[in-house]
Design a protein around this ligand. Sequence first.
Ligand code: IPE
Ligand code: IPE
Ligand code: MG
Length: 247
Amino acid sequence: MASDLLHQIRLHGAIPRHIAIIMDGNGRWARGKGLPRTAGHRQGMNAVREVIEGAVEAGIEILTLFAFSTDNWQRPRVEISALMGLLTVYARQERAELVRQGVEVHVLGELDRMDAAARRAVDTIVDGTSGGSRMRLNLMISYGAREEIVRATRLLAERVAKGELDPSAIDDDAFRAELFTGDQPDPDLLIRTSGEFRLSNFLLWQLAYTELHVTPVLWPDFSRKELFSAVRDFQRRERRFGRVRAG
Ligand code: IPE
Ligand code: IPE
Ligand code: MG
C-alpha cells in the first residue's frame, strides 16, 4: 500500500530533493483500450494530479514533469491541439488545489511557440500559484535539452560580445544559470514510464549524475504507489559522483 511505502521512505531518510519524470505511454495506454490517443492524454492528467499530491506528501522540494517536447510539435495537428486544450483545462481546474497544497508552478520551455490560449493558460497557473512554498513544480512544455544548451550558449556569447562577460569567467555555474532551470539543484532521481530506456532530449545537462528509474507502467496508470517505489529504489542506490566510496 502507498501509505506503507511512505512510512518506509521516512524510516530510510535520504528523500530526493528533486525528482524529474518523463511521462510516457499515454498513446499506448489508449491503444490498449481501443481508445483514441487523446483519451490517453486526458487520463494522464489524473496521474499528474496524483503524483503532485504524492510528491508533496513525501516532502519532495522540486518536481519536474516533461509534458511536451520540442519534437512533439511534429505530431499530428489534432493531437497537438488536444494536448494544448488539456493544458488550458488543467490550468483552470487545478489552480486552486495547487495553491491549497502550496505548490508553485513554473512553466519552462520555448513558450513563444504556443498559441495565445495556451500561453494565457500558462500565465494563469504561474501567476495564480506564485508564492507556494511547499513544492516547486516545473512543467516542461515545448522543451528540448539540446535547444536549451544552445540557447544558454547564445546568451553567454551575447554577454561576451557586449563586453559584459569575460570568457574565462564561464564556468559550470555561469552556464547553469542560463538554463531554464537556472540555479535549481539537479534532479536526484529521474523516472521514465512505459519501459523506454532513453532520455528523448530531456535535461541533458542537469542529469549528469542523476539516478535513473525506468518502470514499465504506462503514464496514465502511474500512481503514488509507483512514485514511492521509485523513491525506495533510489534510497538503495549508492551515489558516488565519480569518487570512491567513503570509508
Ligand atoms: C506521453 O505519451 C505524452 C507526450 C509525449 C505528450 P505519448 O503520447 O508519447 O504516448 P506513447 O509513447 O505514444 O504511448
Ligand atoms: C518524451 O516522450 C517527451 C515527453 C514525455 C513529453 P516521447 O514519446 O515524445 O519520446 P520518444 O518519441 O519515445 O523518444
Ligand atoms: Mg511516447
